[in-house]
Design a protein around this ligand. Structure first.
Ligand code: TRP
Length: 472
């Protein structure tokens, strides 16, 4: 490892990049939908507790391992905790690889819907168009799916190719502000709409009789996903933090921004849905439905969203930017492992990793009817059931396995490593320095990372194992 490692140019650059990793399809696609499914209010409250009690401490834990060792996931865990822990890092790299391979497909849809809605903005919305059909047709078109995800993969590789400063940080600095502005604009428009009151009530007024154990675990699982935790992504980004930048403050900002953005996105979407009086139909279109079927339809419906025809393409720009700042972080997890552990130069490593991941992206792209061998799989036997919960497409299986198995087990291993296998001195010296903000208390953090976080994460693993709860 003679090659010089990159560093973030500033604290702000790092925070933007890590926030970009956290804000992604999880915020815009998964969170609104699971909030809907779990009837809002109480679920949102539980989610916020999970973010604060589990997400925030683990965010600090991952970043501190990275900053301390200045190495990517595998090397970092080996050095900070012990040689055997390299396996946990490897598990994370595999998780990043798998997640990236199918995440890119949904990211590709945002390109398609951008083009579609931009076309309708200019040429008018053809009356009688069924958005459900538009969606199904595009997702079942194998060639189109491969082309879209290839486009997105090329964009991701092009960023990571240029490294931490000239690639990742530069793009994050450029795109995150744009993302914030688009979201703020949509948020303001949504406030002028009739349904905003109802949406806010749905999201923020808790009614606990709607809540069951499954919802609690779903909230916890999503806290991992949305903060990019449990797979070493934040270890990797943490490894580029300079020694004089605070881990604690950065963690606070990243977690806060990710949470605010998820809530804002949810308010916007629900406002549109309530204004249109569509609440009965949303559930039928499933997870992808809200983002790619209900919303585009409502943007173009008469008298619902002011300026909807212009905001629609802008909304998909938002989705694409949010996805790109996440895919580049995922690819960085895999690439930096190859660079650090196998001494391969960044350019080559990026192309190789991007290429190999794309082979699996093809399978995911063909999972929606594009090809039978990817859409109709079955994992036989009890083990197959346990691992993939009856999912029948490559995409579905990969998503299920990542959300239900890889992130929780990886997260559990990381909390145990930091809480129980690293000394108090080692973690304290990383977290507490002259830059530490006043609200932080080291002993509280240590209590959470040793007891609360592992117990909560273990609950997910047990739930999945013994009760077959499905988080995806
Ligand atoms: N946080 C991302 C989102 O909400 C998804 C994600 C999970 C991720 N783990 C990651 C992104 C690791 C980058 C790196 O969409």
């Amino acid at each position: 490892m003679t090659e010089q490692r990159g560093n973030w140019t500033s604290s702000a650059g790092f925070i933007l990049a890590a926030t970009g990793s956290a804000i992604g399809l999880g915020n815009l696609w998964k969170f609104p939908f699971i909030t809907w499914e779990n009837n809002g209010g109480a679920f949102v409250l539980v989610y916020l507790v999970c973010i604060a009690a589990v997400g925030l401490p683990i965010m600090m834990a991952e970043l501190l391992i990275g900053r301390k060792t200045q190495q990517s996931a595998v090397g970092a865990l080996k050095e900070a905790v012990g040689p055997a822990w390299g396996l946990v890092g490897l598990w994370g790299v595999l998780c990043g690889f798998t997640l990236l391979s199918y995440y890119t497909v949904i990211a590709g849809w945002s390109l398609y819907f951008f083009a579609k809605t931009a076309g309708w903005m200019v040429g008018g919305f053809p009356t009688g168009t069924s958005l459900g059909q538009v969606f199904t047709e595009q997702s079942a078109n194998g060639g189109l799916q491969i082309a879209l995800s290839l486009g997105f993969s090329v964009a991701t590789v092009s960023v990571v190719y240029f490294g931490v400063q000239k690639g990742i940080e530069k793009i994050a600095r450029l795109f995150l502000p744009v993302l914030f502005v688009i979201l703020a604009l949509l948020f303001m428009v949504s406030f002028a709409m009739d349904g905003s009151r109802e949406a806010l009530t749905f999201i923020f007024r808790p009614s606990f009789n709607e809540l069951d154990g499954g919802s609690v675990l779903e909230a916890l699982g999503h806290a991992f996903f949305t903060l990019s935790l449990g797979m070493g992504a934040m270890i990797t980004y943490g490894s580029y933090i300079a020694r004089n930048q605070s881990v604690v403050k950065a963690s606070g900002i990243i977690v806060l921004l990710d949470t605010v953005i998820a809530l804002v996105a949810t308010v916007i979407m629900f406002t549109v849905i309530f204004t249109a009086g569509m609440q009965d139909q949303v559930g039928d279109t499933g997870t992808v439905g809200m983002l790619f079927i209900s919303l585009p339809q409502l943007f173009f419906a008469e008298g619902i969203v002011p300026g909807g025809a212009v905001l629609a393409p802008l909304f998909y720009v938002l989705v694409a930017l949010a996805a790109l700042t996440s895919t580049m972080s995922l690819l960085e997890v895999v690439t930096s492992y190859i660079i650090d552990e196998h001494g391969i130069e960044r350019g080559k490593a990026t192309l190789a990793c991007g290429g190999v991941v794309f082979l699996f992206t093809i399978l995911a792209a063909l999972s929606f009817g594009g090809a039978d061998f990817a859409s109709n799989l079955s994992a036989p036997g009890r083990l197959g059931d346990l691992l993939f919960a009856g999912k029948t497409s490559w995409f579905g299986m990969a998503d299920h396995f990542v959300s239900n198995w890889m992130l929780p087990t990886g997260g559990l291993a990381i909390t145990v490593a930091v809480g129980w296998f690293m000394t108090r001195e080692a973690t304290e010296s990383e977290l507490v320095d002259e830059t530490v903000p006043g609200w932080f208390n080291y002993n509280t953090w240590r209590f959470f990372i040793r007891y609360i976080s592992p117990a909560a994460v273990a609950a997910i693993v047990v739930a999945v194992l013994f009760f077959g709860v499905d988080f995806s």
